[in-house]
Write a protein that binds this ligand. Structure first.
Ligand code: ADP
Length: 448
């Protein structure tokens, strides 16, 4: 097992990983920017190394500085968390070249899933169902029109290098196609440095259902149940739950085995997530995320498996500590992403000082956060204050506990999306589990 790990991230996920280290008896090293001098994660770590100015391009994305910090402090491995360098094959490679273990998949697995087009091609070859559309970049206006006609409107145009819902365009009618392609290409070029786009059929009333995968270095691969992430605003997840309200044991086995097949096709190791769109009984591969996800805690709550610790131990060369048959789902878990953003002002980020902060507790509540009273949320990074997770024996108990926890939460000084979460939780359709990715819009939650 490792003796020391460097955590190349900040905020709640840095603390989440350091907690795993502490339980495993591993020392942790934080890296921090100017804006994070007073951040909790930098204090929580056993050692902290300053890596540069606040903009992430000069600190959390500076690969050389981070690897140098690992070598200087004698850390044998680097955990990238999510975001920043977590899905950057060049970073995984740089770690490999410097003899530092990258806690995640190989750079070639990351690379394979880095382009959505390559991923679609590989998945199709492996026999994994993909959303109807193109498996290569497409730019000729006539060809685009032909393909759109063939798969049928509405369609969605997506950047090959995409992420975070950026640059995706839904097109309902042929006459809107050409301008949408041009706009998607230009957004993709400026956001990802790659203007390649492709088409997919835009599915009606889809649910976003994803499978947690865990694989060790020997190739033993299991699915650790699913998460339903259909409560989204502008393609960004806000509330996730496990299990999915539409899941049956048979469907779980079918989708889970396909997720394992997808992972094996790219010789995957470590924790990963295979995302599917589920629509009227059919499901299609959407993409694979080659990292620990933001929403991993709900899976931990219902399975009792500590995914962060498991990820560290398989990176150290140990076998998976459980087999497919040993995984059991107990009860229900829901996660609300508590963001410093103003639901009354189009969810604009709301950085600033937390004048008062008191997080909820009591039965079945877990709060993953990196903040404290007096902490100033910097404007440079994402607006996540915490992940509030409620676990209950069944869905209605999990909902009741979440509502109670949201009532207990005290955050003064910045605007938060807590009113949004309260509105979703008391919505009748949500309570029935009758959700899809358009739920927020359809239900007009806080006038989206
Ligand atoms: P990103 O990587 O930018 O997050 P994804 O491909 O994962 O993009 O899609 C994000 C979300 O966009 C999905 O969860 C879903 O809500 C919506 N979406 C993506 N593709 C489709 C599709 N073909 N049909 C309907 N909705 C889609």
């Amino acid at each position: 097992m490792f003796k020391k790990i460097l955590v190349a991230n900040r905020g709640e996920i840095a603390i989440r990983i350091m907690r795993a280290c502490r339980e495993l008896g591993i020392l942790s090293v934080a890296v921090y920017s100017d804006a994070d001098r007073h951040a909790l994660f930098a204090k929580y770590a056993d050692e902290a190394v300053y890596i540069g100015p606040s903009p992430s391009s000069e600190s959390y994305l500076n690969m050389e500085k981070i690897v140098k910090a690992a070598l200087q402090t004698g850390a044998e491995a680097i955990h990238p968390g999510y975001g920043f360098l977590a899905e950057n094959p060049a970073f995984a490679k740089l770690c490999e070249e410097n003899g530092v273990v990258f806690i995640g998949p190989s750079s070639s697995s990351i690379d394979a899933m880095g382009s959505k087009i390559t991923a679609r091609q590989m998945m199709k070859d492996a026999g994994v169902p993909i959303v109807p559309g193109t498996e290569r970049g497409i730019s000729d206006p006539e060809e685009i029109a032909d393909v759109a006609e063939r798969i049928g409107y509405p369609i969605i145009i997506k950047p090959a290098a995409g992420g975070g819902g950026i640059g995706m365009k839904i097109v309902d009618r042929p006459e809107d196609l050409a301008p949408a392609v041009v706009s998607a290409q230009s957004i993709a070029t400026s956001a990802f440095g790659d203007g390649t786009v492709y088409l997919e059929k835009y599915l009606s009333e889809p649910r976003h259902i994803e499978f947690q995968i865990m694989a060790d270095n020997r190739g033993r691969t299991v699915y650790v149940s699913e998460r339903e992430c259909s409560i989204q605003r502008r393609h960004q997840k806000l509330i996730e739950e496990a299990p999915s309200p539409v899941m049956t044991p048979e469907l779980r086995k079918r989708m889970g085995e396909i997720a394992v097949k997808a992972a094996k096709a790219i010789r995957y190791r470590s924790a990963g997530t295979v995302e599917f769109m589920y629509s009227h009984g059919d499901f299609y591969f959407l993409e694979m995320n080659t990292r620990l996800q933001v929403e991993h805690p709900i899976t931990e709550m219902v399975t009792g498996i500590d995914l962060a610790k498991e990820q560290i131990s398989v990176a150290a060369g140990e076998d998976l500590s459980f087999s497919q048959n040993e995984i059991e789902i107990r009860g229900w878990a829901i996660e609300c992403r508590i963001n410093a953003e103003d639901p009354m002002n189009d969810f604009a980020p709301s950085p600033g000082r937390l004048r008062r902060y008191r997080s909820p507790g009591g039965p079945g509540i877990r709060v993953d956060s990196g903040v404290y009273t007096g902490y100033v949320i910097p404007p440079y990074y994402d607006s996540l204050i915490s992940k509030l997770v409620a676990h209950g024996r069944d869905r209605s108990e999990a909902i009741a506990r979440m509502e109670r926890a949201l009532y207990e939460y005290i955050i003064v000084g910045v605007a938060t999306n807590i009113p949004f979460h309260k509105a979703v939780l008391r919505n009748e359709r949500f309570r029935r589990g009758d959700i899809n990715t358009h739920f927020i819009k359809e239900e007009n939650i806080l006038d989206d």
